[in-house]
Design a protein around this ligand. Structure first.
Ligand SMILES: [Zn+2]
Ligand SMILES: [Zn+2]
Length: 525
């Protein structure tokens, strides 16, 4: 029995793990690599295993970095069932076609550039038909309803409290007369986050595969009270400035979390009657899926829903439909705009930023993780100018951040989740983190709980049936050399250099200094 790591190993995105026994093989998640160009190139490479030989697949949750390559898996021969919770399946009916659409557009643009350069055209990773084929293979299984995809394998989904329908997965396997339990954490939410019930816990396992997005960091403003107070403060300051409040928000969960909290603040009369516009067709569709599953709501959400007659249909909330409606928002002043994508690297949010960033009356509020190399990260790091759609845009707007909305447990949250665990008999694999975060978290698990923990890298393979847990896991040399994707690649550095050069030319008035500095750089390349 073996486990191998084909994504989210040495990086955050691209979750994809393969478990093999002599009788069956299955994958847990099949996510897309997101972030810079070097990471994204992984999406175009062939799978390191043959998709046609995989018997079934399990999904922890709907996020694209866990599901975005299922259509590719199907395109390359996978025909088995894909098991996920019913809300996850419903969310993927919107997220996968959206992902296919984004790629088709990206590839079209890339091919136009390639044609001009005399390069051959590239094919999209998959298209809408592949996405539909993947959705057709999905089977909904409720939390806690154990099932056996094949003989010798029992699977149970537990609530991970991360996004609607999210699970950590308990897998009990039998092979060669031996039993092994493996728990995949998926992505873990915090206790007390908006709308969703707190993550379930487990007490014992043989192996644990755990995420480490915030494995070496703790956030401030983590309590519900801090989060709500922080949001009310930002609303007040934004209204004083008199312009718009623009919130880049992921279409899934963050948008609904914010509407939930804004509704609470409205009910408590802590914010004014300012209008809130959700300007993302995907977020609108996803909000409808939330409405379908009120049984996933925690006590607070159920209570405010009862008091206000609904979570998402307050008279101050508006969902745009057409592109014209979205464009018309340019002329409005005192409004709150929630728009995707959450890291500002695609979607309508880029238009809103292009039209509004220059104006000091406006506010941009970040409520989520901003990956290295994204426009969101540049803004958070205080860039004075940014490039949007090929144009340089000055940053005059106030940039604000509330960290309490992260979908991920921070280091304390992860430790808290694990504090009830009595036993990890064999090994912890720390995944879904930048190399530093994963390594530090693995070391912490060892020193704090005495767990044998390791942070595997891409394509590494480990044996799971060894009798005696060794100090080091039984590692098998992978067929393909291990390559750890870099979070900052040459394309990121190039973009940064171009921005700095433009800034230098603007700010340095002395011709001699300009000539000397530029000559120095030119002599290097
Ligand atoms: Zn996630
Ligand atoms: Zn993730």
């Amino acid at each position: 029995m073996k486990i191998s790591f084909h994504g989210a190993a040495g990086c955050v995105t691209g979750s994809n793990y393969l478990i093999e026994t002599d009788r069956f093989r299955f994958v847990v998640d099949c996510g897309m690599f997101q972030g810079n160009k070097t990471l994204k190139e992984n999406n175009y490479r062939a799978f390191t295993y043959d998709p046609a030989t995989i018997d079934f697949a399990l999904v922890t949750h709907a996020h694209i970095d866990h599901t975005g390559l299922f259509p590719k898996l199907v395109k390359h021969g996978f025909k088995g069932p894909i098991y996920a919770t019913p809300p996850t399946v419903d969310l993927l009916k919107h997220l996968l076609p959206d992902s296919a659409h984004i790629q088709e557009i990206e590839v079209m643009q890339k091919n136009r550039r390639n044609e001009r350069k005399g390069l051959p055209p590239i094919e999209p990773i998959y298209d809408g038909t592949d996405a539909a084929n993947a959705i057709a293979l999905m089977k909904g299984v409720e939390h806690y309803a154990s099932f056996a995809p094949v003989a010798g394998c029992k699977v149970t989904f537990h609530n991970a409290g991360h996004v609607l329908g999210s699970s950590f997965i308990e897998i009990e396997l039998e092979d060669k007369g031996k039993k092994r339990k493996i728990i995949f954490s998926g992505d873990l939410g915090e206790d007390d986050k908006p709308i969703l019930n707190d993550p379930d816990r487990f007490t014992e396992t043989d192996f644990l595969v755990v995420e480490s997005t915030y494995g070496n960091r703790n956030r401030e403003q983590n309590s519900k009270e801090d989060r709500l107070a922080g949001l009310a403060e930002v609303f007040k300051r934004a209204e004083k400035r008199g312009g718009k409040l623009i919130i880049p928000a992921f279409a899934l969960e963050r948008t609904q979390d914010l509407l939930h909290d804004i509704l609470i603040l409205k009910q408590q009369k802590k914010i004014s009657g300012i209008k809130v516009v959700v300007d993302s067709p995907l977020a609108t569709e996803i909000t409808k899926v939330f409405v379908k599953y009120p049984e996933c709501y925690d006590e607070d959400a159920s209570e405010i829903m009862k008091k206000m007659g609904g979570l998402f249909d307050h008279p101050d909330f508006r969902f745009t439909n057409s592109v014209d409606e979205s464009k018309a928002l340019n002329d409005e002043k005192r409004i709150v705009i929630l728009s995707a994508s959450g890291m500002c690297d695609a979607g309508r949010i880029k238009h809103h930023l292009k039209h509004n960033l220059w104006n000091p009356a406006n506010t941009v509020l970040f409520v989520g993780y901003q990956a290295e190399g994204t426009l969101g990260r540049l803004l958070l790091e205080g860039a004075k100018t940014v490039r949007i759609h090929g144009e340089e845009v000055a940053v005059g707007a106030q940039i604000e951040q509330i960290t309490g909305y992260s979908g991920h447990a921070d280091q304390n949250g992860l430790i808290n989740w694990l504090s009830g665990v009595k036993e990890v008999r064999q090994q912890v694999f720390v995944v879904h983190g930048e190399p530093d975060a994963a390594d530090e978290f693995a070391a912490l698990l060892n020193s704090k709980f005495g767990f044998r923990a390791v942070a595997p890298r891409m394509n590494e393979v480990f044996e799971l049936l060894a009798d005696q847990p060794s100090a080091k896991p039984v590692k098998i040399t992978p067929a393909r050399p291990v390559e750890t994707p870099k979070s900052v690649d040459s394309h990121n550095l190039y973009a940064e250099l171009m921005l700095k050069l433009a800034e230098f030319m603007r700010s340095s008035k002395d011709e001699k200094t300009r000539r000397e500095t530029l000559s120095k750089i030119l002599s290097q390349v």
